[in-house]
Design a protein around this ligand. Sequence first.
Ligand code: ATP
Length: 301
Amino acid sequence: MIQLYIPLNFLGVIYREIRQSLADMERMFLLLKQDREVTDAPDATELNVKGADIRFSHVDFSYEPDRQILFDISFTIPAGTVTALVGHSGSGKSTISRLLYRFYDVTGGAISIDGQDLRRVTQASLRKEIGIVPQDTVLFNDTIEYNIAYGRPGATKAEVVAAAQAAYIHDFVESLPNGYGTIVGERGLKLSGGEKQRVAIARMILKNPAILIFDEATSALDTRAEQVIQAQLKEIAVNRTTLMIAHRLSTIADADQILVLDKGRIIESGTHQKLFDAGGAYYRMWMQQLIRQDKPENAAE
Ligand code: ATP
């Protein structure tokens, strides 16, 4: 029995390894695929950022020819301010952030940063200026130091530690038996949703971009962890142009501008107070969220 058990157990290990490698490969191909969608123009120039004023002008977009996702999207994010995108699932929020990062090119209209059309600048110079804190940060199966330093390849240990301190994750890292040498990721120590987002924030601090895209986690964070992350984001958003994809309306009440999306169109825009007082779609979303929060089974939503 034992003789049979060991090889079976071994097969289990091999199976998990293969599955992990396939998952890694899939992720890599996904990134490659996304990169293949756009190429630098032959005469592309370096993006020259002054304050990082972002402008979407009459943007249309489709992933596939016969299904349009965004319709005539126009808005400006003045340099150094925060704009939040809200809207039901599938309304196009993430698509807007992907277009800003130029994973895809617009099918109509234009996007510019400080007056420079994204299609006229090199992708490398564009992506250097944009830091993304995604909903679910992918950690490499490597040390926590490597995972933070990924924000700026070549960063020294002292710089990594300073970024971790600024992201309020240093004490947690130091409390681990192997400190910054701890292996994390799917094959290493599993971090909570909040810890992963703080690693992403530390990466971002190291990268020091002019533009910040924050895709709020839909769930997984408890209220305290969420408050900590919101406070950190406010600190790092100072002097940067920020696009926030928000799922909880309470986190964006002090954004400079809120855009309400519905089926790929902007149906309302303004400050929280203005939209709330108007009593339209934004107001109704607030009311729905308040009702849901009252139900204990939805407390984490
Ligand atoms: P959520 O709040 O659920 O994250 P969202 O508002 O961010 O939603 P998007 O992810 O931008 O919505 O998706 C908008 C629409 O585009 C959806 O109908 C979705 O099915 C479609 N879509 C998203 N990504 C792709 C893709 N790679 N290929 C084809 N269609 C896509």
